[in-house]
Design a protein around this ligand. Sequence first.
Ligand code: G6P
Length: 426
Amino acid sequence: MGLKIAVIGGGSVYTPELVEGFLAYVDELPVEELCLMDINRERLEIVGGLAERMVRANGDPFRITRTLCRAEALEGADFVVAQIRVGGMAARALDEGIPPRFGVVGQETTGPGGFAKALRTIPVMLELARDMEKLCPNTFLINFTNPSGVVTEALLRYSQVKVLGLCNVPIGLKHLIAHWLRVDPREIELDYVGLNHLSWVCGVRCAGEDVFPQVLARALEEARQGRFPFSPELLETMQMIPSSYLRYYYHPDEVLAEQKAAGHTRAEEVQAIDAELLKIYSDPLLAQKPAFLEKRGGAHYSTAAVALISAVYNDKGEVHIVNVRNQGAVPDLPEHVVVEVPARVDHQGARPLPCRPLPPAIRGLIQAVKAYEELTVEAAVTGDERLALQALLVHPLVPSFAVAQRLWEALKEAHRPYLPQFFRAP
Ligand code: G6P
């Protein structure tokens, strides 16, 4: 019997990338049905139409179905992929636009923007989890929904669903480093540690050999040429390779100045890109993923998802970098929290590989952001304003309690329709 894959948020412009991924894996993943579920009928039609043409052009190895009904998508699903955006791009524009008014970086997954996104998203993802508990309790949920690590932590804490949290940052770094070394990405192993969008590469092995000195030297060279988001001095000081989201922590003033100078948010840019993409997707002659999708930031995301699903389905025992419950892998963090680390993936899911104790240069930041994440999950679930304020207060990008208070009031009001947990009648 072939597999049914359900994609929640299947109307996303990223879906053709996912279709391409499943088409590339037909030899090892016997997909029979790729079911696209979305709440937006128009997007579902446009994106679903392109998905169907892509599959047809490749000899119809599986069928595409579309539905507006989540239960219908989940019924009989062997894997579920979640890629939703609660409140759409309009809400993202607020997440990115409000913090700079208070002198704080505006970003959709990091800092107060990511906090607001988590508060909107966690309750909806928990509804999905409740449906999965009823309709497909043994099915793995591959979560891409941002902020991916925080959402994964909420699901693991407050549901019984088997969740693997995924992001394209680890695979992106792996591909970049492999490109530097001129080897196949499958030949290298990364010592990678941290949280989602807060991670570092601390070592690289190629065919068992330590190649980190070469990698670091190349990163320094790239930085000197202005082709890396960090200064050579920072890399020299850290002796590790930070993932790009660390720029918000290491250079917040620069980022804030850039954001103010731009005069618009990334969400506004993305709105224009998406409108163009949907126009391109509507062409009945188009039967492949257009290159224009590269304007969005999700490169390699389907490779990460499909390779992970294959590792589970085929019981491969491969190492993938995923968001998973810590279970002692990072000794400096609680057992139950979610970390983004290499994990062995097989039929049973992902088991994180033991990491060395965190170097002091990154330990404090990881612990502080993890505390913020734990508080954010609790605030999202309980609707307790005190916890929401505590979350903002401990976030390293929020400079004071006064700013935390003002940010909270502004974000709460701006997102009121999506934050019912904070507006219950007393
Ligand atoms: C990176 C991140 C993703 C994020 C994306 C944003 O790939 O890892 O988590 O969704 O960037 O790209 P966008 O085109 O939406 O700005």
